[in-house]
Design a binder for this molecule. Structure first.
Ligand code: ACO
Length: 330
């Protein structure tokens, strides 16, 4: 025991829309095939939000589960951090819609835009809020409606993305063992153009030109991201293990950003991690950006892959470029 408060993951939750978009469905709208997508990415299907399902409505469902899991009432939440690149609208923050719909009266609420790393960025912010003594209960949620910014005429990107939300309730603890032990955030803005959605911001305000040039959709340099991601995943995990003095055997589960099965396999092979200790659900959900790590974390907990006392490493990277990692003992 120690007097300094830490942040523990007291509850998790997730939500994915019911509607399934299979590889075979995509093969009807772009020149691709189930085999190409499966072999190159590991994705078989992804979930797509229906009309009326939005980033905030999905986030609220995930947050309610996390609160129930932690046995914390909405009115006891003091801060809500929403990681998203598909906000409800540019103004106000999606976190404010979540605050209202949860009934978390008076909670601080704001968004983080760090693309696929957003949830892990949010974890560090929530952890520091708690460690400073400022708050006792912080909700961190990653929620994305990527189907609304995906170009379904671009076969190189539309096969990758899906919708969903995942959340954790961080709670203050004095237990020095069972808490978030480590977080690390980084970025390289020189490589901003590797993953971008140029339209609709101050550089290219919404206009007919934005629509004509399809600038309202994500543009990715898949090959370049692939190379970056393999190295980033491997280095982030190795650095986190070193910082926490952990061996492969000390880690019960790696919860990686669900970017591409081949990227995950390649990084894990280099690190010597057995496949059964790496959580993967990319086959069912594709890449859900900031929702990817918290959905995987929630599923891993609910299926008993990790539990009380287990150590896990979370790792994510994405547009910005940004990258981030966290080590937690549940
Ligand atoms: N179906 C069939 N063929 C395709 C498809 C498709 N859906 N997409 C591309 N191709 C073709 C290309 O046109 C190219 O053809 P060519 O050789 O005749 O020119 C060929 O397949 C190879 O294309 P590459 O882009 O080199 O394929 P690669 O093996 O790199 O796979 C992929 C592409 C899946 C996007 C991969 O690069 C990847 O996973 N990248 C990283 C993930 C990523 O970019 N995520 C975006 C979000 S960022 C993040 O989450 C960190």
């Amino acid at each position: 025991m120690t007097d300094r408060p830490g942040a523990t993951i007291a509850g998790t939750g997730s939500f994915v829309p019911e509607k399934v978009l299979a590889n075979s469905d995509l093969a009807k709208i772009v020149d691709t095939s189930d085999e190409w997508i499966t072999v190159r990415t590991g994705i078989k299907q992804r979930r797509i939000a229906s009309e009326g399902q939005t980033t905030a409505t999905m986030a609220v469902k995930a947050c309610r589960q996390a609160l129930e899991d932690a046995a914390v009432a909405a009115e006891d939440v003091q801060a809500i951090i929403c990681a998203t690149i598909t906000p409800e609208m540019p103004l106000p923050a999606t976190a404010c819609f979540i605050q209202d719909q949860l009934g978390a009266a008076g909670a601080a609420a704001f968004d983080i835009a760090a693309a696929c790393s957003g949830f892990v960025y949010g974890l560090e912010v929530g952890k520091l809020f708690i460690e400073s003594g400022r708050y006792d209960n912080v909700l961190v949620v990653g929620s994305e409606t990527l189907s609304r910014i995906t170009d379904y005429q671009d076969r190189a990107s539309c096969i990758l993305f899906g919708d969903g939300a995942g959340a954790v309730l961080l709670r203050a603890t004095n237990d020095a063992q069972r808490r978030i032990l480590y977080t690390h955030l980084e970025s390289d803005g020189q490589k901003w153009d590797m993953l971008q959605l140029p339209g609709g911001g101050s550089r290219y305000p919404m206009s007919q030109r934005v629509l004509d040039e399809r600038m309202q959709y994500m543009k990715i340099q898949g090959r370049a991201i692939y190379k970056f991601a393999v190295n980033a995943m491997q280095e982030l995990i190795a650095d986190a293990m070193k910082a926490c003095n952990l061996s492969v055997d000390d880690i019960k589960l790696i919860v990686p950003h669900q970017v591409n099965q081949r990227i995950i396999d390649s990084a894990m092979e280099k690190l010597g991690f057995p496949k059964e200790r790496v959580y993967v659900n990319i086959d069912r959900y594709g890449n859900t950006s900031s929702a990817s790590v918290p959905i995987a974390l929630d599923e891993a907990r609910r299926t008993g892959k990790i539990g009380a006392g287990d150590t896990l490493v979370m790792v994510a990277f994405g547009g910005g470029l940004t990258w981030a990692s966290a080590v937690a003992r549940l």
